[in-house]
Design a binder for this molecule. Sequence first.
Ligand code: ZN
Length: 479
Amino acid sequence: MRRERQNKGRVVWLLAIYALLLAAGLLSALDGRYVRFYLNGKTEMELPLGASYVEPGCRAVSAGKLFGEGRRELPVTVSGTVDGNTLGDYVIGYEARRGVHRYRVERSVHVVDRSEPTILLESREGYAPSWFEGYEEEGYRAWDEQDGDLTAQVRRSVFDDQVVYEVTDSAGNLCRVTRRLPLAMNRPTIRLTGGERIEYPRSLRFVDPGFTATDALGNDLSALVRVTGEVEPRLCGSYERVYRIENGRGDSVSVTRTVEVVNAALPEVAVPEEKTIYLTFDDGPGPYTGRLLDVLADYGVQASFFVTCSDPDYFDLVGRAAREGHTVCVHSACHDYGSIYADEEAFYRDFETCEDMIFAQTGAYTRLFRFPGGSSNTVSRFNRGIMSRLAESMSGMGYRYVDWNVSSGDAGSTTSREGVYRNIVNGCAGKTVCVVLQHDIKPFSVAAVRDVIAWGRENGYTFKPLDLTSPPMQHPIAN
Ligand code: ZN
């Protein structure tokens, strides 16, 4: 009986201990105890190359769901190193034990290159970039502590006032350097000779008064200036000319000139009070012109020659006539009525040809001329009104046309020396001022000149060459 009771008590105790153990195990399982780490700083850290790694530290405590964190800190073992002078990714490990279990967390440390590469700009002694030619690179170098020489990788962007240089190292660090260009300062200046507004006397030709273009460096860029805008010098009006220089990079400098074409001035006619004969000879020079010049030289008489370009063999006599004091004037280059009176342009072209021949022989231009057939001609009637139009335009251009009031008849009514002499003497009779028409391509007309001079002197006449103030004896226009 007693033994039974003793056995019964032992079983109860065993059951109670067993139940307690069961409960403790259950509680422990529900608590789920583990190690909790507290990292100072981030789990991913960047360290600039060259800096030394300072461990931010880490704490560890035990923690569970039911009973929370333990108060006591657990010892933490740190493993791993960081070489701040070597690029790379490093791992630092933190370990703590709880019972037989080891717990671990890690921190990544990336040693990175954060230093930019360097660009050094070189400059050439004495070099100043020209606005027209643009900037000529003076040189540069680029390098990086990690990558070494990066000169070949430099990207250049050229703008009108600066060059931007950029280079990126292998770690993605960018360096940007700017070089200021004084190109805008060196823009050229175009100066117009005579100014930006000129009055231009109406003329057959327009000759630009000229211009210069220089940049701030003193370079002469005149030859690079392009001029646009036509002037019609034969018509009164206002014209614009643009003088422009472009540099090929979309920049240009330009100035504008206004040209006012106005009627040319002609001096007043002064009619001589004394008896005066103006001998005039048309259609030369020719085979008899030299003889005529000899005769005139003998008498010391100066006459006027309205010349053509029909015989180049005698052109030099035009120069001789001018040198001997005679007046050389335009008549016509070709003297072909059908072509010169076909239109104004044809007339001007023929006129200029003759003018140029005279200039070549004498070194001077004349403003006196005589229309082929005279201003009263009717041979031009195939082109209605051409003589009126030409008389107006040529006068507006500063030319004065001369007709005659005494005809020698050497182109029609007579073919003899005596006939020429008689016609001139009769024509001059009773006139104070005589403009005599002869042709030095007619030998009999040239032969009459001695007698004409002798008669004129006996009768109180002075022989004079024409000038711009001489009476032009203009006829009434008939077309
Ligand atoms: Zn003629």
